[in-house]
Design a protein around this ligand. Structure first.
Ligand code: T4K
Length: 369
């Protein structure tokens, strides 16, 4: 294997010289943040690209989630998945909300809608599902439960940029959706995120919340936060957006090659997700089944020894971390637990070469202890 470490992901960087004109504009205008021209252009460009009505940009996906919950005035308990990045539950906890973890569907790895009703209590205010790895949740089933019990739905859509179902971007679903533009995501602004809003009024409210609750120089209407995206991040987003389709194409080709190559490897299986009209190929999770020569952790270390840095997304379960393991033990999380112990995300990123992928496959085909 090469001396260069291969990470689970690597950001897609457009040519550096193409970023210089953006920097010059920022230097000329001296406008660095607070809804500057780059920020406004990126919001418009993203609405166009994704086909969604309104977008409010943020400095990261976590603050976007926190603000989405504030915007909908969610309190009490929120039903969510334990099979996610800790930020999902942290966004609830920072708002004084109790996360209630419900098991996942063993095929899609998303929250299992058939388990949600049993977790609803008089304190339940909302459901916060995650489109894990960009695979769409069972949106209709979740919405039907929300309508029946008068609950809000906030999608943690951190992984779901560019994913579409038959009706368009999956980011349009729920009361609000929050996406991440972190360096490790398919579309990145170094750090960044956004809330997809259904209308201008909601966006205005969210704009106020992300700017300290300030409406004008003398009017503060809420205990807002500083969630604003800077001009530098927005400029990088504008440049990155020109390359996004190319980046998604490259991811798709790698995903296909992985699938073909792994087809005949015994005891390695792939998630059986709902197939969206357009995917973003953000992650490449595999399941290490019982009869494989190594267990998941052994394979993780074996690949690491060969400079392949995979990730155990998502292990441990959020509900098993020290922060959360003393609460919410009441619901059965056995599918989530089983998956989290045998999942491994393999490297996938636009600049990854086919030869690297083939070397990874060779290692997986003939592992040694
Ligand atoms: N909800 C969900 C479901 C999420 O997955 C996330 C974030 C959020 C909410 C919150 O969104 P943000 O507030 O982050 O916008 C990473 C990311 O830090 C995190 O954004 C992401 N989810 C999570 C799934 O993965 P780590 O601890 O695995 O990141 P790290 O730094 O180890 O990066 C992974 C690999 O990527 C590195 O080994 C090398 C490569 N890399 C990373 C960075 C940061 C680069 O090549 N360049 C880079 O700049 O959490």
């Amino acid at each position: 294997m090469s001396d260069k470490p291969i990470y689970v992901t690597e950001p897609y960087l457009p040519p550096l010289e193409e970023f210089i004109p953006y920097l010059e504009k920022i230097w000329e205008s001296k406008r660095l943040t607070n809804n500057g021209p780059m920020h406004e252009q990126l919001e418009e460009a993203l609405c166009g690209y994704l086909g969604v009505p309104e977008i409010a940009l943020f400095n990261n996906g976590t603050i976007a989630l926190l603000t989405a919950l504030q915007a909908l005035r969610i309190t009490g308990e929120v039903i969510t998945t334990p099979f996610s990045f800790v930020a999902t539950a942290h966004a609830l906890t920072w708002n004084g909300i109790t996360p209630v973890f419900v098991d996942i569907d063993p095929n899609t790895f998303n929250i299992d809608p058939t388990k949600i009703e049993a977790a609803i209590t008089p304190r339940t205010a909302a459901i916060m599902p995650v489109h894990c790895y960009g695979n769409p949740c069972d949106i209709d089933a979740i919405q039907a439960i929300a309508d029946k019990y008068n609950l809000k739905v906030i999608y943690d859509a951190a992984h779901a940029f560019g994913v579409e179902d038959e009706g368009g971007s999956i980011l349009r679903h729920g009361d609000l959706s929050a996406v991440s533009f972190h360096a490790t995501k398919v579309f990145n602004t170094f750090e960044g995120g956004a809330i997809i809003c259904p209308d201008k009024k909601t966006k205005q409210h969210i704009n106020n919340l992300k700017n300290f609750g300030i409406v004008d120089e003398i009017t503060v209407v809420a205990a807002g936060i500083n969630g604003k995206m800077s001009e530098l991040n927005a400029a990088f987003g504008l440049l990155q957006l020109q390359y996004i389709d190319n980046a998604l194409q490259k991811r798709k080709a790698l995903d296909n090659l992985y699938r073909l190559s792994l087809e005949n490897v015994p005891s390695i299986t792939l998630p059986n997700s709902l197939c969206p009209r357009k995917h973003n190929y953000a992650y490449f999770p595999i399941i290490i089944e019982k009869n494989y020569p190594l267990n998941r952790d052994e394979l993780y270390h074996f690949l690491k020894e060969h400079n392949i840095h995979t990730r155990r997304y998502f292990y441990p379960l959020i509900s098993d971390t020290t922060q959360y393991n003393s609460m919410n033990k009441q619901h059965d999380l056995s599918h989530a637990k089983a998956i989290s112990e045998k999942i491994l995300c393999l490297p996938i990123f636009p600049d990854m070469e086919d030869a690297t992928l083939k070397e990874i496959i060779t290692l997986i085909e003939k592992p040694t202890k």
